[in-house]
Ligand binder design. Structure first.
Ligand code: ZN
Length: 647
């Protein structure tokens, strides 16, 4: 893209969805009622044969005869809590609420009975989930353990089983294929989870903290089954926002002594980079991405992911000694001290081999269709391989985007939250096409509107190099997740990542007035995008310019206009400030006097006065134009002071 500003970016279908997802941040994960993308859900009472009796079915609002694709079914044991119905409206699934004492045998035949009762309702039989707590929890787990294939997943909370049942149950759950969520109170033991994992460390069991009658837990449970989308519809942009996109010159960097070629052929041509240095790597436990307190693994991507075809040879970018780290990872150490890490390849190089840049084949690309490259400097830090002068040649003409900006003014500070992303300089192929990467830098400035002066400048993220220890949630804000996010046991294939950044600006030292908050995202080549919004701050009062103040003339008794009287306890400074402001406002002959020096005045005050008049009438005439500004000004006789000193 060239240099013109405000040029729209090329948009594709996926980009639109992506932008929508990215923009969600402004209102968080919970949409207000009525703002959900889908129509509200609808509830249908249904009479099921057998002992189950009357039950309730909640459906997506759009679902009806004639438009009835097979949908996943969630059987909720126990009266369906209202939030669960509200959640049902947000995803495309059927929610069936049945009595809590429905046993495992009845539970197994429920989908069939439901299909008979409502023939137009089609259930995706391989996507039946059961949710319940307490007494119902055990029945659900017995069904999952005893009837392979009956359930795609189960979520239970408040489970209590005795020791011997637990052993039996854990043994059968260990070989179960359904995706299991065991929710427990914070104080719970987690014994069933531990026992199941002991029998099979790879059993598809996840543990979470919470009870399913709680709305957020229910939401996290359905999200981790992949039944709810990760994002909400985008908010409408604020009309007062200004945006400016500018294309940089691109990276016209020439090779230097420290630059290195690409690890794939042709080594002297750029390849698509589908994962940037600094990208978030998030694997959430059973938790909502906006609330990662439920645990997980969070880190910064410490290199670049270069798209490639399976089987392609991987070459070292610098000569040195190869070190095998398992079957898929090779490190090559330069004699000069830098080292390069190649990951996800099928390593073919011998451990300890001397390898030559762009010549020795160290391995081949695997089915993940990319090679990961990290550069470590002599300082041991991971450096951004895309910074000019590193991986060469590299050109990038697509600017990053700041897609949302939220400002919350607090007493003495402003909290700024930003959604920003970039797209690879060369489009990534396959499933990764159109997915975002992180900008290289995101920063915020605060500009005083009256003189255009930048009074604060603060980074939100800077991915030139990663310093350890890495503080993930201090850089990325809650609600951030990676491309293809993982929550619990569910992999949201194809879901674009969302990159949020947050910082707090300390505004206490600033004077009151209008300011512009400008967030700028930048790539390594200097392409940038910014978004601004104005904010009115109540800070320190505006300083009063020093002005010469008058004194009461020696041995004169005369009339004056009293603008204000301040108790001495407030200090002379306050009185002087008041007087200076009066001077600035154009009040003539302003001065400050201390009443203790004047025989006819009450002791203990500073008086801000204007003018020295021979008569009460002339003083009153002078007071009249001050009316609008100094409504309480009055005329006063001041007797000649006791002495000229002090005051
Ligand atoms: Zn990687």
């Amino acid at each position: 893209m060239g240099s013109p500003t405000l040029t729209p970016l090329p948009m594709r279908g996926r980009r639109t969805v992506l932008a929508a997802l990215l923009a969600v941040l402004v209102f968080g994960l919970h949409a207000a009622p009525g703002t959900a993308a889908s129509a509200p859900g609808r509830v249908v009472p249904v009479r099921l044969p057998g002992a189950i009796g009357t039950a309730e079915v909640a459906l997506p609002g759009w679902y009806r005869q004639g438009n009835n694709p097979p949908l996943p079914l969630v059987v909720w044991l126990g009266s369906v809590p209202v939030p669960a119905q509200r959640l049902a409206a947000r995803g495309d699934f059927v929610l069936l609420g049945v009595r809590a004492d429905t046993g495992a045998a009845q539970l197994a035949v429920l989908p069939g009975r439901l299909a008979r009762a409502l023939p137009w309702l089609r259930i995706a039989r391989h996507r039946v989930y059961a949710v319940g707590s307490g007494e119902a929890a055990e029945a659900i787990l017995r069904l999952a353990a005893g009837s392979p294939g009956a359930l795609a997943g189960a979520a239970v909370s408040d489970l209590s089983v005795n020791r011997s049942s637990r052993l039996h149950l854990s043994l059968s759950l260990a070989s179960n294929r359904a995706s299991l969520q065991l929710w427990r109170a914070r104080e719970g033991s987690g014994a069933l989870f531990r026992a199941t994992r002991r029998f099979n460390p790879r059993a598809p069991v996840a543990e979470g903290i919470g009870t399913l009658s709680d709305e957020r837990t229910a939401e996290a449970a359905l999200l981790a089954f992949g039944l709810l989308p990760l994002g909400d519809p985008p908010p409408t942009p604020a009309p007062s926002e200004l945006t400016a996109v500018s294309g940089g010159a691109g990276c016209a960097s020439r090779p230097t002594a420290r630059s290195y070629p690409w690890p794939l052929a042709p080594v002297d041509r750029p390849h698509p980079v589908r994962g940037n240095f600094g990208d978030p790597r998030t694997v959430f436990g059973l938790t909502l991405p906006a609330d990662p307190t439920g645990g997980g693994r969070f880190s910064f991507h410490s290199g670049v992911d270069i798209s490639a075809r399976e089987g392609e040879p991987v070459y070292p970018v610098a000569s040195g000694i190869a070190e095998r780290q398992g079957p898929n990872r090779v490190i090559v150490r330069e004699p000069a001290g830098r080292s390069f890490l190649y990951d996800h390849l099928r390593a073919t190089v011998r451990d300890g081999a001397r390898v030559t840049a762009s010549s020795t084949v160290i391995g081949r690309v695997t089915r993940v269709e990319h090679v990961h490259l990290s550069e470590y400097g002599v300082d041991g830090r991971a450096h951004n391989p895309l910074e000019p002068g590193h991986l060469t040649p590299y050109r990038d003409a697509t600017p990053p985007r700041v897609t949302a900006l939220r400002i919350r003014a607090r007493k003495g500070r402003i909290v700024v939250t930003v959604a920003a992303h970039d797209l690879p300089a060369l489009p990534a192929p396959g499933l990764w096409a159109g997915l975002p990467v992180t900008p290289a830098r995101v920063g915020v400035t605060l500009t005083r509107m009256e003189d255009g002066k930048i009074v604060l400048e603060q980074p939100l993220a800077d991915f030139e190099s990663l310093a350890l220890p890495e503080s993930f949630w201090a850089t990325y804000a809650r609600g951030t997740y990676q491309n293809f996010p993982v929550v619990g046991l569910h992999y949201f294939a194809g879901t674009p990542g969302r990159y949020l950044f947050r910082t707090t600006l300390q505004t206490r030292p600033l004077i009151s007035g209008s300011y512009a908050v400008t967030v700028t995202a930048r790539d390594v080549c200097g392409n940038l995008d910014s978004r601004s919004r104005t904010v009115d701050l109540v800070g320190r009062p505006r300083p009063v310019p020093a002005r010469k103040l008058g004194r009461w003339p020696a041995s004169i008794t005369a009339y004056t206009v009293v603008l204000a009287s301040l108790p001495v306890s407030l200090g002379r400074r306050e009185a002087v400030n008041l007087a200076r402001r009066a001077v600035v406002a154009g009040v003539p002959r302003v001065g400050v006097l201390r009443t203790s020096r004047f025989p006819n005045l009450t002791r203990g005050f500073f008086v801000v006065f204007s003018g020295v008049h021979p008569t009460a009438e002339s003083a009153a005439a002078a007071a009249r134009p001050l009316g609008p500004r100094y409504a309480s000004a009055y005329v006063r006789l001041v007797a000649a002071p006791r002495s000229q000193n002090g005051g």
